[in-house]
Design a protein around this ligand. Structure first.
Ligand SMILES: C[S@@+](CC[C@H](N)C(=O)[O-])C[C@H]1O[C@@H](n2cnc3c(N)ncnc32)[C@H](O)[C@@H]1O
Length: 795
């Protein structure tokens, strides 16, 4: 059975930031206030004008003068929807085939009606026809009756993890990162997680069923609520190779052990690949988030520049020598793009190169990075830092300019200004030979960078009917200058309080712009939801003699709980975060192994199971972690829990609820999320079921033992021990070898019946896939289901 699907998510909640009416706004927002006040909110299209925006980008020469009108025309049009098929899904080929053979044709008439030649088509630059562009906006797909079947298809496949709706240009950065399955990858600003999902797909790309890659992804985001979107997003992918953390990227801990340790294979946290997809003004997403038209001003980009520089610098310092990092934004603004890349190249000297990737993905139309640009603030335009009056130097910093130098006073010793930008070139950085055209004293100068910034890429909307994006590929060729390796001091914090949810206007715009899930039922997230082992009181952790923070597991009752008080969860020094605890309770682990017939040599459980509760007796969920994640967790314990972990591993076992009943030998059932990974190793509690009974089970959610179509199955089902079992679709009732195409579901063997333990969406999706596999009879009906529900008993 393949990965990339999750059957049985519980507690689905709806994402409150619904983006319905994205192209409408309340009339009260309109500058024309002549509208009569009315209790009823009235809606009108968003304004798609902003003179400041136009003036800014004309002046920057972002596109040639003759292209300007087309650039603006396309920017004002709603963004066509794009989506990706999950390459790890066991139904990947089937989904692509449905797109190619069904929807390409069936939607064409509607596309022609709208003046387009094609309704949907694969993005030519994305490998293996996995990514698709549609000529309909998201709103059209939602509202147009003729597109209803397509809409339902997208919704369902997105929900079960077979597809992801993602803006086309946002799919680009992971493709340039050159990730391999054994890489340790850091996604520094990861929420809501569409690129993390892509990175995980690549990491898992070559794995056989039941095997895990050697690599892993650490997905980090400072914003707790957005991290929960990310957790939800990546749950749709069956992965034990992910840690989600919640740090300011510029402070991301290096977890460096002071001395070598025989027990811990790695002695610091460093990465082969880093994705630094920074917070930005987001004007590349104007077509998707037209409210940015109203909010946009040049201060948004200026205000983020210094944070972007220090995020990128921290990314590079966490990168291994020989590793690669992508710096990307969904902004067109050179102050957030080329100026940041230029500054990090200056700071890193010869240790980092900007990679020329012009020969990669030739079908992707992009433009070279700019070599010259200007800086604007309320005071006007500046072509050089020397022209910036003293009273504007708080907001405009020298690193925003192409030379990165205060040309007039370049010999002066200058200091970091309050925004964290660096004045002058005496910050220990290599001097660059940026040229200055027309550098006559007191005359306006045009600075042109001599750094190879043309190697950066800018994707503009009118080249291929997309949003805009900026991407730079960096290669660390040697250690950074010493002083650049350390995390940035707190004064560079992006927020006063790292855990605060307060946002600058620009960050707010980002949140709106890239909160990808629109109508998908993404969980509404709260801190309590994320730490949803609410009943679990937690033991304070103890320090062992080597300074290791340890959490003790107790076999007895929970004394804190007895006291009737819920303590604030505590993960080492991190308040509000449940602890991460390696499960060491041998009795419990042995009972699981015995019940499902798992041999530890083939599928190690010891050392690979973690919980979020110090008290084993009240653990509700047990997570499985890959060897790579285990090693990072060990290192993290050894360095005093520097990582603030929001989520880790793959939910593998869940305590049976009272509703399900109890199974004496083992009180943990296999979670649908974890099933694909453990399936090849389960030798007990398995029922091999031919198509007719398998479909019957999915259709009716439960079968009473006498009602199996195949009478031998009645006996085999009765022979299972009361409790969780796994039903595998097979040709007969005999065991089959599990492979990537094996279809299996978690079930519950009750007193008199067998019941599925997967969500209705998962049931529906499986039934649709199976209908495609089932030969049709002459009258066109589908074979393999007896259509007779019989009397059912729920678990
Ligand atoms: C452009 S979005 C990232 C989009 C994401 N890479 C994706 O593809 O889904 C930028 C993210 O940076 C986060 N962020 C803002 N400041 C940050 C900081 N100092 N450290 C880490 N993340 C930060 C925001 O919460 C936001 O989720």
């Amino acid at each position: 059975m393949g990965r990339g699907r999750q059957r049985g998510r519980s507690q689905r909640k709806h994402f409150k930031e619904s983006r319905e009416n994205v192209w409408k706004r309340p009339k009260s927002d309109a500058p024309d206030n002549n509208a009569v006040a009315d209790d009823k909110p009235t809606w009108e299209p968003f304004l798609t004008d902003n003179p400041n925006f136009e003036e800014y980008y004309k002046e920057q020469g972002i596109v040639k003068a003759e292209e300007w009108d087309l650039f603006m025309e396309i920017l004002r049009k709603p963004l066509p929807a794009a989506f990706r098929v999950n390459s790890n899904s066991q139904f990947c080929d089937e989904i692509i085939s449905i797109l190619e053979n069904d929807f390409v044709k069936s939607l064409q008439a509607e596309a022609i009606e709208g003046g387009e030649l094609e309704a949907i088509k694969p993005l030519p630059w994305y490998p293996k026809n996995l990514a698709w562009h549609s000529n309909f906006s998201r709103k059209e797909i939602r509202k147009n009756k003729i597109l209803e079947r397509f809409h339902e298809f997208l919704k369902l496949e997105n929900e079960v993890g077979n597809m992801t709706r993602q803006e086309a240009v946002s799919m680009v950065p992971p493709l340039f990162l050159d990730v391999h399955p054994d890489h340790f990858v850091l996604d520094m600003c990861a929420a809501p997680g569409s690129k993390t999902f892509q990175l995980l797909e690549i990491i898992h790309g070559a794995s056989e069923p039941g095997t895990l890659p050697n690599g892993m992804v650490v997905a980090n985001d400072v914003d707790f609520q957005r991290s929960n979107l990310l957790i939800h997003q990546t749950k749709r992918m069956c992965t034990a190779n992910l840690i989600v953390t919640n740090h300011e990227g510029q402070q991301f801990p290096g977890c460096r052990l002071k001395g070598p340790s025989d027990d811990i294979p790695i002695n610091q946290l460093s990465f082969d690949r880093v994705l630094c997809d920074v917070p930005c003004s987001g004007d590349g997403t104007l077509r998707k988030a037209p409210d940015i038209w109203r909010k946009w001003n040049s201060g948004m980009g200026n205000g983020l520049h210094s944070l972007q520089v220090i995020l990128a610098m921290r990314g590079l310092s966490l990168l291994k020598v020989g590793g690669k990092m992508i710096y990307s934004t969904c902004s067109m603004n050179p102050v957030e793009d080329e100026a940041v890349v230029a500054e990090i190249l200056r700071r890193c000297g010869d240790s980092v190169e900007l990679v020329d990737v012009s020969d990669k993905l030739p079908e992707l139309i992009r433009r070279p990075g700019l070599k010259t640009w200007k800086v604007r603030d309320k005071g006007g335009w500046f072509t050089s830092y020397k022209d910036v009056p003293q009273n504007r130097r708080g907001g405009v910093v020298v690193s925003m300019f192409p030379s990165g130098e205060n040309l007039k006073d370049s010999t002066e010793t200058t200091q970091e200004n309050e925004n964290g930008g660096v004045n002058g070139s005496d910050d220990g950085c290599k001097e660059t030979d940026n040229s200055v055209v027309d550098a006559i004293p007191d005359e306006p100068v045009v600075e042109v960078s001599d750094l190879p910034l043309e190697r950066c890429m800018r994707i503009v909307p009118h080249d291929q009917n997309t949003g805009a994006f900026f991407i730079a590929v960096l290669h660390k060729v040697s250690p950074l200058p010493d002083f650049q390796e350390k995390p940035n001091p707190r004064k560079h914090s992006s927020k006063k309080n790292a855990d605060s949810t307060e946002k600058s206007p620009a960050e707010e715009a980002v949140v709106i712009a890239d909160a990808e899930p629109v109508e998908s039922p993404v969980e509404k997230v709260t801190e309590a939801d994320a730490n949803d082992e609410k009943d679990d009181s937690l033991e304070p952790e103890k320090q062992n003699t080597e300074g290791e923070t340890i959490t003790e597991e107790k076999k007895g009752g929970n004394t804190n709980q007895a006291a009737g008080k819920r303590k604030v969860p505590m993960q080492g020094k991190w308040k509000g975060f449940d602890p991460v605890v390696f499960l060491k309770d041998e009795t419990l682990i042995d009972s699981i192994k015995e019940f499902y017939g798992i041999k530890d040599e083939s599928f190690p459980l010891y050392g690979r199971l973690v919980t979020r509760n110090t008290d084993t007796s009240s653990v509700k969920r047990i997570y499985y972690v890959s060897k790579s994640v285990k090693e990072v967790l060990q290192l993290n314990f050894a360095v005093g829990q520097q990582l603030k972990i929001a989520s880790v591993g793959l939910k593998m076992f869940e305590r049976q609820s009272a509703k399900e009943g109890s199974s004496k030998p083992c009180s943990f059932r296999i979670s649908s999320e974890g099933l694909p990974v453990i399936l090849p190793y389960i030798t007990k509690q398995v029922l091999y079921t031919p198509m007719a009974d398998f479909k019957h089970l999915l259709e009716h959610k439960s079968i009473r033992f006498p009602d199996f179509v195949n009478p031998q199955l009645s006996q085999k089902a009765t022979d299972l021990v009361l409790g969780c079992c796994v039903v595998i679709l097979s040709d007969g009732e005999e065991a089959v070898k599990v492979d990537a195409k094996t279809i299996a579901i978690s079930c519950w063997r009750g007193n008199n019946s067998l019941a599925v333990m997967i969500t209705p969406a998962d049931c529906q999706e499986l039934l649709e896939r199976l209908a495609e596999k089932t030969p049709k009879t002459e009258d066109g009906s589908v074979n393999g289901s007896n259509g007779d529900s019989g009397a059912m008993e729920t678990a």
